[in-house]
Design a protein around this ligand. Structure first.
Ligand code: HEM
Length: 292
């Protein structure tokens, strides 16, 4: 009987562990909760045969942090712990999007009295895009920022991963006391995916409608013109300057339109809605004087 339960426990444990390896993070907790409940139930059933220590071992194994943390070396910081790595500290740490980095080697930026000292000892993620380095601005709430800002924050995070030593996670908005991601963290991930998509659309738009060259002369005013390299986009056509309204934007920019290029029905419709000719400029001219 005992052997039967033991074999059953081992098999179910292996299957549960394998499942945990396969599924994505948001589901870890549910599978783990199920594993906990099942494990305790099983242990209770064999309680007559096994010592009560087995229950504890079972629960402890299920609660083993290493199962949930991305990196074994992660330190879990409380806000107070992190706050010590700022003023009067040899080591300088900062947190961005809940991840803590040792920025001591960047003392000339982050040391006391330096321009970016405010970032140390806390998570001031928001200020990385707002530039508001006051106490009110150095906060970790970022979800209401624009997709572009969120993308920029993610670039800052990549920068710290590349340039500085990653130390662990800050317990709070992004990670809970077990070091597991919070609901807020997953909301941010969702926004990041949206931001990446928006970036792809915007990049594609820029390739199809590259920015014009612009110059200003005190006597003749502003001029926009197209060339095979304008907007930093190398191509085999020049195009003609047009006012273009990007999706979701009320203001226009100057874009080079390939009037010789093949266009689809959808493209033609977009052009009608979002593109205007410059006043007093021939529709086929590659350069226009404009009234800004
Ligand atoms: C949203 C506003 C800004 C933020 C959040 C920001 C943030 C930062 C941070 C965190 C660093 C340190 C990078 C590192 O660890 O290596 C840095 C460096 C620097 N920042 Fe800013 N900055 C901002 C605006 C500006 C502006 C407006 C200027 C210039 C007018 C500027 C000039 C510099 C320079 C020159 C460095 C040093 C670069 C180097 O020597 O490698 N920053 N910035």
């Amino acid at each position: 009987m005992l052997a039967k339960y033991a074999v059953f426990t081992v098999i179910t444990s292996v299957i549960s562990f394998w499942c945990m390896q396969q599924v994505q993070e948001p589901y870890y907790k549910h599978i783990n909760d199920f594993y906990n409940t099942f494990c305790i139930y099983l242990s209770k059933k064999v309680n007559d045969f096994l010592s009560s220590r087995n229950i504890l071992t079972c629960v402890a194994a299920a609660e083993n942090e290493e199962l949930f943390q991305e990196e074994e070396s992660d330190i879990l910081f409380t806000a107070d712990m992190l706050n010590k790595y700022s003023e009067n500290s040899e080591k300088l740490y900062l947190s961005i999007l809940g991840e803590v980095f040792d920025v001591t080697k960047g003392k000339k930026f982050y040391g006391p009295g330096e321009g970016y000292h405010g970032f140390t000892g806390k998570d001031g993620s928001r200020a990385f895009v707002t530039g508001d380095f006051t106490e009110k601005g150095l906060i970790d709430d970022v979800l209401d920022l624009s997709l572009q800002d969120i993308k920029s924050l993610s670039d800052w995070s990549k920068f710290y991963h590349k340039e500085y030593e990653y130390k662990g996670k800050l317990i709070g908005r992004y990670y809970n006391s077990d070091g597991r991601p919070t609901g807020y963290y997953y909301k941010l991930q969702k926004k990041l995916v949206e931001a990446a998509k928006a970036q792809t659309v915007s990049d594609e738009f820029k390739l199809n409608y590259p920015p014009c060259n612009v110059e200003f002369d005190i006597n003749t005013g502003s001029r926009v013109w197209c060339s095979t390299r304008s907007g930093g986009i190398e191509r085999d056509w020049v195009g003609v300057p047009r006012k273009i309204y990007e999706p979701g934007s009320k203001t226009h920019r100057c874009a080079c339109l390939n009037i010789m290029g093949q266009s689809t029905e959808a493209d033609r419709n977009t052009r009608i809605k979002n593109i205007e000719e410059y006043e007093d400029c021939h529709p086929e001219a590659t350069s226009c004087h404009v009234h800004m």
